[in-house]
Design a protein around this ligand. Sequence first.
Ligand code: SF4
Length: 492
Amino acid sequence: MRNSFTLSKSAFIRGMQCHKSLYLKKHYPELEDTVSESRQMIFNKGTNIGLLAQKLFPGGVDLGVYIPNNFAKAFSETERLINEGQKVIYEAGFKYNNLMCYMDILVKEDGKYYAYEVKGSTVVKDVNLWDTTFQYHVITSSGIQLEDISVVYLNNKYVRQGELDLQQLFNIESVKERVLKRLPDVKANLDAMQEMLSKPDIPDIDIGSHCSNPYGCSFAGHCWKNVPGYSVFNISNLNANKKFDLYQKEILEITDVPDNYPLSPNQRLQIDSEKTGKLQINKSEIKKFVSALNYPLYILDFESFQSAIPLFDQSKPYQQTVFQYSLHILDKPDGTLQHKEFLAEPTGDPRLPFIEQLIKDIGTTGDIIVYNKSFEKGQLKLIAKAFPQYTNQVREINKRVVDLMTPFQKKHYYTAAMNGSYSIKKVLPALVPQFSYDNMDINNGMAASMSYENLYYEIDQTIIDKTKQDLLEYCGLDTLAMVEILKVLKRV
Ligand code: SF4
């Protein structure tokens, strides 16, 4: 039975993370979690980056069309193209005994081969070195000597100006020296994996910090099924060692954490609230916060999307781009609420119409209430950098920002229903249970950004109109939620 399991690069990486994960994948694939929409989106982005990086080495033959449905053809075509002296091959496939891999880009120059592995990250990570060492092992063992092997990754210093400059967008870093050092380890690990896979029993490996490092394991649903949805793993800011220490002591429920277990005051507050069910309110601090507010209040929330490849001038890889805001205005404490909103047309850079409209809507006096000010203020600063003509207005807007998150972050108001969190998605249902995002087609920030980004490529007007309406409803509810939270604080 030994050495009979085919191992791809991703299987090898899975095995490096956890033998049990590899074993389950090979023997019990039905236990694997389904791929979430957000994870699928990350895969798709990776594919787009790979296609763009191919342009660094133009004129290649792309064998990606044979993956994942016809591996045999990818291997035979690679062999044929190499024999014919093809200079550039994308997704070249290699097989050596029971190991297989694809090389994103293989280049032949002056009779020597150079391999390039494309990553969507902005640094070469440790796991990338295991990737490339595995590839190096398979390719060289199959008879192709590599003069060099490199990782191609995104340059987070690159600021787009006009057309994408691929030479600037990507960094290319040789990893051959590091790969050669790891080669013996890869071979030893492969032997250990084959040995483990041939055994009749699932490896006896408990959950641990390896379950999310370097990747979230796709068998977490299976292995973590005995951990309650709200457990010691949800104690706010508790480090992983302590979480697993409690787990090893078979303490899973928050209410079972001993009174003498070393915790911060906020962590202790979270546990005490859970045990007693008591609402914890620091009335004087809440009153101080509420009475310091300057009317009219502008209650503001932004939505943004993040693109690995900078889509617009003056933006970098992975920079957030704001495209929408909702603004509720309260002229005085018992005044009437007015609503304004903005959603950029998904046809170009949304930031310019966004800031122009915001400046018109936001007035010049009165506090601007946001939830988690670092995001809104940070986005406005990025806009000022891209459009310096608005620097002064942005500075004035940012001076007026007040963070509604502060009383919850400082635990001046805490109830067990917040589950140790001060995110608005936890605070809102705890304070205003009747307020709900349920039944909305877009009901979280990730869905909002994905939906908006998709609009750039959507041609069906019905879908465009519906998505825009959903986005407006979602963002509008976010600021309305802040209005409701503020009402609760005022009643303290
Ligand atoms: S969830 Fe954790 S223990 Fe289970 S297979 Fe994955 S990494 Fe291993």
